[in-house]
Design a protein around this ligand. Structure first.
Ligand SMILES: *Cc1c(COP(=O)(O)O)cnc(C)c1O
Length: 375
């Protein structure tokens, strides 16, 4: 095989080039429109995307910000979370979830997830509550909504705000409602590889609470209400105009892309049914899970990763070390064994190639390679 053929045969984890090819004209026109008008921060494209994204989430307000981590940070700041407060976060997630808490001066308190969904265990959340707990951040990990009914119920009983980390779940539904419209506030990332991805960094905070949305709007732009009138000190974390114009184009395709992800996931489930040595996470009802990632659990992960790589298949591990065992959090003194489900998932999870353009022949190759390397 020559180099070109070899590249042809690779199956990536995500394929952003294939996506761009499918919407090139629309994207190029949107970018040119912004360049022609030469307004690069704020303006109509940002307002339009915010309105459309709020509507998509079936929520009242969306505020565009610089990235998903800032979305979480600004949401917590708007809620008044700060020094002396605690915020419960799952021990098994991307570190941005807890970084946002620390950035406010508050302390992230880890709680275990459920082994079959990889989402926050509501009972573990309940057990982690103290008089200092101000908020909880359920993460809709891999695109599957967390158990929001039970989490909301516990949070309400204790007067705790619920901030959804929906960075991986644009368009997912829970009990018929779109994620982003369920908690007190919800935070989205538009990092390029997410289900709705910009061509750079971007994020948004979504809420039905007008006061909180207004607060985030101020905080993201130097605390101002007029050009040089500052109600408070804020930050510079705005959604830039080019990204808003790009996201507005892509939002029109998101529903269709999510359906294709779900179809690809259903095909994986069929192909993997009864495969020895592979455990799938529990499925969700139709329309609920938007499969940002398709994750399976295997015991011999290093061997499987090598086997897939040998066949030109890119797999990922999201995430190999749970937060409580990260060197960054050594100061909390956690020990291995404290959060068994998080630890088991961290040692077994494997993300298979997943994107809307993924074809069945590619999936068959992935599954064949998996079968070979699992045995
Ligand atoms: C991507 C991601 C974030 C952070 O988003 P950025 O835009 O990269 O800052 C936060 N939480 C989760 C679960 C994510 O996957």
């Amino acid at each position: 095989m020559n180099v070109e053929e070899k590249k042809e045969n690779q199956i990536p984890l995500v394929d952003l080039q294939a996506q761009y090819r499918s919407i090139r004209e629309e994207i190029d026109a949107a970018i040119r429109g912004v360049l022609d008008r030469a307004g690069f921060v704020g303006g109509e494209p940002v307002r339009r995307f915010e309105a459309r994204f709020a509507a998509f989430c079936e929520a009242k307000f969306a505020v565009g910000v610089g990235n998903g981590t800032d979305a979480l940070f600004l949401a917590l700041r708007a809620l008044g979370v700060g020094r002396g407060d605690e915020v419960v976060v799952p021990a098994f997630t991307f570190i941005a979830t807890s970084e946002a808490v620390t950035a406010t001066g508050a302390r992230p308190v880890f709680a275990d997830v459920q082994r079959d969904t990889a989402n926050l265990d509501p009972e573990a959340f309940s057990a982690a509550i103290t008089p200092r707990t101000k908020a909880v951040i359920p993460v809709h990990l891999y695109g599957r909504p967390a158990n929001m009914n039970r989490i909301q119920e516990v949070a309400e009983r204790h007067g705790i705000a619920v901030v959804e980390d929906a960075a991986q779940a644009h368009g997912a539904r829970y009990d018929g409602r779109r994620v982003g419209s369920i908690g007190t506030m919800a935070c989205f990332s538009f990092y390029p590889g997410k289900n709705l991805g910009a061509y750079g960094d971007a994020g948004a905070v979504v809420s039905n609470d007008e006061g909180l949305a207004k607060k985030v709007r101020m905080l993201r732009d130097h605390g101002r209400t007029e050009k040089y009138l500052h109600e408070m000190e804020g930050y510079n974390s705005r959604l830039d105009t080019l990204q808003a114009a790009i996201l507005d184009v892509k939002l029109r395709h998101l529903e269709e892309w999510n359906i294709k992800r779900e179809q690809a996931a259903a095909r994986y489930r069929d192909l993997l049914a009864d495969m020895e040595g592979v455990r799938m996470l529990s499925p969700a009802a139709a329309g609920e899970h938007v499969y940002h990632l398709f994750v399976v659990c295997v015991k011999n992960r290093d061997q499987v990763l090598r086997g897939l790589a040998d066949q030109g298949i890119a797999a990922g591990v999201h995430y190999p070390i749970p937060l409580h065992l990260q060197p960054a959090y050594a100061r909390f003194g956690h020990k291995a064994g404290e959060f068994p489900a998080s630890e088991q998932l961290a040692s077994e999870v494997l993300s298979l190639p997943m994107y809307p353009e993924l074809e069945i022949v590619q999936q068959e190759r992935v599954v064949d390679a998996l079968r070979e390397s699992c045995g």
